[in-house]
Design a protein around this ligand. Structure first.
Ligand code: PMV
Length: 336
């Protein structure tokens, strides 16, 4: 018998500050949660005998909790549910549950929408059972769902979303939370074009097979930029951080994972006074991220919109305005 309470929880989007693609090959990367966009899950007890239903409100779809779904989104949600319940020691056959998912995170834009949805769902499940789920465990569970979406992800998305702090991430090592030396404002420009992470990762892999020396040299160079960027972030040296982002973008473009839209938004942001800008995530579409200079934020946003961004998301690291995960129980529940 498991005591189930109505509970809601959320998890943030993420942005990669530096290091994507090279991180797949063991180099470090820096990423941060996006303060303004979250995925949310509400878990509530349902009538006895109802079983489990997952309502994906943004997709206007509902799925049964048990497996067997043919639709990719449904399969993903069912897998996240299965993995979460199994980790919490609660077999799904015993449960009557209604699960509602909503997300403010654009899908397929390199913002970790899938990781945030599964993290929110697992947090809400744990909270409804009055159980704790620490960031390391949550990250490893979300990683299992990420494998379904991306094949062999580095683990940076699940880590950033679960720790909900800026992180230094290197595959195979424990992530390190970064304390920033000065508040950072990021402006995330969305090209409106889906980022095809699987394709861009496969393209970089093919390039490395053809020319390992040059490609590995690019990864090494990115790794050095990431190490310098960590120090810049910790010391609050934003001009240095910005110039390292620009260098990182140039290397990513040389690897072939940028696009005309991403390059244009990066140039527009720089012309409007950004301290740095680069594509963020898998690339070939998706989003870019600009490091705003105080006093230039509105101008950069206008420049990005004029340059074709379909939306610009503001995100703050350090200082005020950061949200936290906050899983909470909403009301008394029932025995399932
Ligand atoms: O999932 P995305 O698009 O944010 O990008 C992931 C970053 C990559 O380094 C390209 C892939 C990975 O698994 O780290």
């Amino acid at each position: 018998m498991t005591l189930l309470l109505t509970a809601c929880a959320s998890a943030p989007a993420k942005t990669i500050l530096l290091g994507e693609h090279a991180v797949v090959y063991g180099r470090p990367a820096l990423a941060a949660p996006v303060s303004g966009r979250r995925a949310r899950a509400i878990v509530s007890p349902a009538e006895p005998g109802h079983g489990i239903t997952i309502y994906a409100r943004d997709l206007d779809r509902c799925y049964p909790g048990a497996g067997g779904c043919v639709d990719g989104d449904g399969q993903f949600l069912q897998a996240a549910l299965r993995i979460g319940l199994c980790a919490l020691g609660c077999p799904s056959e015993d449960l009557d549950l209604s699960i509602e998912i909503r997300s403010e995170i654009p899908v397929a834009r390199g913002l970790g929408s899938g990781a945030a949805v599964s993290a929110a769902l697992m947090r809400a499940l744990a909270c409804s059972m009055k159980m704790e789920i620490d960031p390391a465990l949550l990250s490893s569970l979300v990683y299992e769902t990420e494998k379904l979406l991306h094949g062999s992800p580095s683990g940076i998305d699940n880590t950033t979303v679960a720790y909900e702090r800026p992180v230094w991430f290197r595959p195979g090592e424990s992530p390190e939370v970064i304390e920033v030396g000065a508040p950072v404002t990021l402006l995330i420009g969305d090209t409106g074009v889906p980022s095809r992470t699987r394709e861009s990762v496969a393209m970089v892999r093919a390039r490395r097979e053809c020319d390992p020396a040059t490609t590995d040299a690019c990864f090494d160079a990115i790794g050095c930029l990431v190490a310098r960027a960590r120090a810049a972030l910790e010391q609050g040296d934003l001009p240095l951080l910005g110039s390292l982002m620009i260098e990182n973008h140039a290397i990513l473009a040389s690897l072939g994972v940028s696009s005309g839209d991403l390059d244009r938004l990066v140039s527009e942001a720089m012309a409007a006074g950004a301290l740095g800008a680069k594509l963020s995530g898998g690339g070939m579409g998706g989003c870019m991220v600009a490091l705003a200079q105080p006093g230039r934020t509105e101008g950069i946003i206008q420049a990005l919109l004029k340059g074709g961004a379909v939306q610009v998301i503001r995100s703050h690291i350090g200082g005020t305005g950061q949200q936290t995960s906050g899983a909470s129980q909403v009301q008394g529940g029932q025995h399932a």
